[in-house]
Design a protein around this ligand. Structure first.
Ligand code: DQA
Length: 185
């Protein structure tokens, strides 16, 4: 694992380590080459946006009956199964989510993020994810493609490696398995 690096005051791309985004409209994004090498432990950050802490209570017909605690347990069990490390973070505040993404710079190999309602509104989250250049997967518990028009936009999708939706909390596990395989290659 790389030694910890300090967060720069103004995150900027360096001349080394760029990869072209697969998305047509996004610019080149910084990429920390060699963050995970084969056989080494990987550090995940699993992030959730507003109201995900209300799982189990919140519209169970859409989001299921399992609560946030069950989601955290599933994520921890998946990390243990993979032999990886994981940190969980949930906030109802956009700026707190941006701060947490910035803190991950140089310390985290992969991010799984369900930005919840901020999916559909937040350029700030997309910018933060692109600034740190950490590979990430976007997860949604529900299938947003089958819901209201305002849920059809996702800002973070632009630079995500993959989007998993409509799988309930199992989607987080799928995202971690995908990222583990992807980064071990
Ligand atoms: C969600 C879908 C969003 O549209 C919604 O605002 C959420 C949860 C999901 O996981 O299905 O809060 O991200």
């Amino acid at each position: 694992m790389e030694p910890r690096r300090e967060l720069p005051r103004e995150p900027k791309a360096t001349s080394r380590g760029f990869r072209a985004s697969r998305h047509l409209f996004s610019a080149m994004v910084p990429y920390r080459a060699g963050a995970v090498s084969r056989g080494k432990l990987m550090k995940f950050l699993v992030m959730n946006g507003p109201n995900i802490n209300m799982l189990g209570v919140r519209e169970p017909d859409i989001y299921g009956k399992q609560d946030y605690k069950a989601l955290c347990q599933l994520v921890r069990d998946t990390a243990a199964e993979l032999g990886d490390e994981v940190e969980l973070f949930q906030s109802n505040h956009e700026g707190a989510l941006v701060d947490r993404i910035q803190e991950a710079f140089g310390k985290t190999d992969a991010i799984v993020i369900n930005p919840a309602a901020y999916t559909h509104t937040s350029v700030a989250l997309l910018d933060a994810l692109k600034a740190v250049g950490i590979p990430y997967v976007e997860v949604h518990i529900s299938d947003v493609t089958k819901r209201e028009d305002f849920r059809q936009v996702s800002f973070v999708r632009q630079a995500a490696l993959k989007t998993i939706m409509g799988q309930g909390i199992e989607g987080y596990r799928q995202a971690m398995l995908f990222l583990h395989d992807h980064l071990a290659k």
